[in-house]
Design a protein around this ligand. Sequence first.
Ligand code: ZN
Length: 202
Amino acid sequence: MKIICIGRNYAAHAAELGNEIQKDPVIFMKPDSAIFRQRDAFYIPDWTTDVHYELEVVIRINRLGKNIEPKFASKYYSDFTVGIDFTARDVQAELKNKGLPWEKAKGFDQSAVLGEFLSTSDYDLTNLNFQLKKNGELVQDGNTSLMLHPIAQIIEHTSKYFTLKIGDIIFTGTPEGVGPVSGGDVLEGYIEGKKVLHVKVK
Ligand code: ZN
């Protein structure tokens, strides 16, 4: 199973990090060992002092596919959730400055948190509200209609380079409002007001 992530998919988030918007989706990956499996809490690794949350809509691939046309993209996933793409922003900044790959900052253990999956048949993924609360306070408030590259285009573009397999996960990019976490924080993710994700930070 692989975890594909899309970067800079919301204009306001690209702007808050000072990044240019690209014509094609920005793609990076996390290894399957990044899946958050701790039941009790997310532990901030000792090699970073600036871990950020990024709440994103996540889809799960349910069919094998390659070179998928946008009009067929919705046939390749039937459930989705929100997830947190934990990012060691200090390490990422250092790597970006040197022009080096991001993996250490993005693909580390426990960095891919997944919420409870819901059926796509019950929601409109082209106009979906999703939110993150940190310690009860709203910090990210996104809507998928603001994606620069909609899900169909993400699937088309990624499947040109990488065969999509059953169980693969795609993080579709974060809206604005990313920020740091510290020990004791509680993060909660919502889809259309329904709480599907809860993680404690230690
Ligand atoms: Zn992200």
